[in-house]
Design a protein around this ligand. Structure first.
Ligand code: MTE
Ligand code: MO
Length: 371
C-alpha cells in the first residue's frame, strides 16, 4: 500500500476534523476547500483513475468511520422486512465489479463565466471533477430482493453519515440524502466497499457507499447510513432544490437530474505552451454517462475545421484519444474537442444556462501558445 493510502486509512482520531483527509499535492489537485479537483495537465495514464488522484466532493467533511462497528439500516414500507446489515453480511452476497465514469454534476462550471460570460455560483470546477473507477461491491437488487421488495415500491432514499449540511443561507438541511427511482436501484446500482482493488478511502465513502453508474455524482451517496424503500415518491432538498435545472430556459418543474452528459478535455496545462516544431502529438480524454464514446472530433483552429481523433480504447465510456498536430504555426491558437456518445448526444457550442451551473457540456476552448 502506498503511503498516501496508508495515511488516509489511519485510525480514526477524534481530534482530527478535516474537510478532506487524503493528501492533495498541488501538482495533482486544485484545492477548493471541501472539494478538490484532479489536474488534467499531469499524465493520467490509461484506464482507471488512481484513488490518490480522484476528485473529492464533500458538502461538509469526511467522517472517519469504523468498519468493525459499521452497520447499514435498510427499511421502509416498500420492503416486507427491515434489516441492520454489516459489511460481512454484504460480502457474503455475490460480488460485482464494475468500471464506470464518476463525475460531479458541476464539472466544468467555471466555463460558464469564462466562455459564456455569466458566472454560476458554486465550486468553480474546471474539468477535474471526473475519474473512472472500478468499483467492487454487491448489487443493491441482491439486498432488496432478499428483504422482500414489494411490487409497488417506487423510491429508495439513500442517506449519508456525514454531518448535516448547513447551506449559505444558514439553513440546516440535515444529512446529505437523495432518493433514487426503484428501476435504477434494481438495474445496476451497487453498494460498494472497494475502489480499484483497495478498500474505499475515507474521502470516497469508507466503509460503504452507493454507486449509481452513469448518473450525476450526487446520486452516489457516500458513508451510507440508511436506505429507505418507499411505496410513495420521496423528497429531499437534493432532488427538489438542488441537482435539477432551474433558471435559464428550463421549466419550473424540470425533473431531478439523472444521466451525466458527454464531455472532453485536453490533457494539457491551461493555457498550454507547445514547441514550434511540427508533428506534436496531443492527448485528451472523453467520457459519457450514457455508455461508449462513439466519436471525438478535434479542432486546432477554434472550430473552423475538425478532424477525427483516434480513440484508445474504442467503444468505452471513458476513453483517451490522441491527435498529431502536423504544422502548428507560432502564436496563439484555440484547441477544441467534441465527443459524441452511443446515445447520439454530442457537445454543443454553448451549454444551457442554469442557476446552479450544472452540466457544462459545451466544447471547451483550450488556449495554447506555440513557439
Ligand atoms: N454522504 C455524502 N455523499 C455524497 C456527497 C456528500 O457530500 N455526502 N457528495 C456527492 C457528490 S455531489 C459527488 S459529485 C460525489 C463525489 O464523490 P467522491 O468525493 O468520492 O469523488 O459524492 C456524492 N455523495
Ligand atoms: Mo457532485
Amino acid at each position: 500500500m502506498d503511503p498516501a493510502t496508508a495515511l488516509a486509512l489511519r485510525e480514526p482520531d477524534a481530534a482530527v476534523s478535516l474537510p478532506i483527509h487524503k493528501p492533495l499535492p498541488p501538482q495533482h489537485f486544485v484545492d477548493h476547500g471541501t472539494n478538490a479537483e484532479m489536474r488534467w495537465d499531469v499524465p493520467h495514464g490509461p484506464g482507471d483513475t488512481p484513488a490518490s488522484r480522484l476528485f473529492v466532493r464533500n458538502h461538509t467533511e469526511t467522517p472517519l468511520l469504523d468498519a468493525a462497528t459499521y452497520t447499514l439500516l435498510v427499511h421502509g414500507d416498500g420492503l416486507r422486512r427491515a434489516a441492520v446489515i454489516t459489511l460481512d453480511d454484504l460480502r457474503a452476497l455475490p460480488v460485482t465489479r464494475m468500471a464506470c465514469a464518476h463525475e460531479c454534476t458541476g464539472n466544468g462550471r467555471s466555463y460558464f463565466a469564462t466562455q459564456q460570460g455569466r458566472e454560476a455560483p458554486g465550486t468553480p470546477w474546471h474539468l477535474g471533477s471526473i475519474g473512472q473507477v472500478t468499483w467492487e461491491g454487491v448489487r443493491l437488487a441482491e439486498v432488496l430482493e432478499r428483504l422482500g421488495l414489494r411490487d409497488d415500491a417506487v423510491d429508495v432514499m439513500a442517506t449519508g453519515l456525514d454531518p448535516s449540511y448547513v447551506d449559505d443561507d444558514g439553513v440546516d438541511n440535515g444529512p446529505v440524502r437523495r432518493p433514487l427511482p426503484i428501476a435504477k436501484a434494481l438495474d445496476d446500482t451497487l453498494l460498494a466497499w472497494g475502489m480499484n482493488g483497495e478498500p474505499l478511502l475515507p474521502d470516497h465513502g469508507f466503509p460503504l457507499r452507493l454507486v449509481v453508474p452513469g448518473w450525476v455524482g450526487v446520486a452516489s451517496i457516500k458513508w451510507l447510513g440508511s436506505l429507505e424503500v418507499a411505496t410513495r415518491p420521496l423528497e429531499s432538498p437534493w432532488n427538489t432544490k438542488w441537482y435539477r435545472m432551474t433558471g435559464g430556459d428550463f421549466p419550473d418543474d424540470a425533473p431531478p437530474l439523472t444521466l451525466n452528459p458527454v464531455r472532453s478535455v485536453w490533457e494539457l496545462p491551461e493555457p498550454a505552451s507547445l514547441p514550434a516544431e511540427g508533428g506534436t502529438v496531443l492527448h485528451g480524454r472523453s467520457w459519457s454517462g450514457a455508455g461508449a464514446v462513439a466519436k471525438v472530433e478535434v479542432s486546432v483552429n477554434g472550430g473552423a475545421t475538425w478532424s477525427i481523433a483516434r480513440l484508445d480504447p474504442p467503444g468505452a465510456a471513458w476513453t483517451t484519444w490522441r491527435f498529431r498536430w502536423p504544422g502548428a504555426t507560432p502564436g496563439g491558437h484555440v484547441l477544441m474537442a467534441r465527443a459524441t456518445d452511443v446515445a447520439g448526444r454530442t457537445q454543443p457550442q454553448d451549454a444551457a444556462w442554469n442557476d446552479e451551473g450544472y452540466l457544462f457540456d459545451a466544447v471547451v476552448r483550450h488556449p495554447v501558445r506555440v513557439g
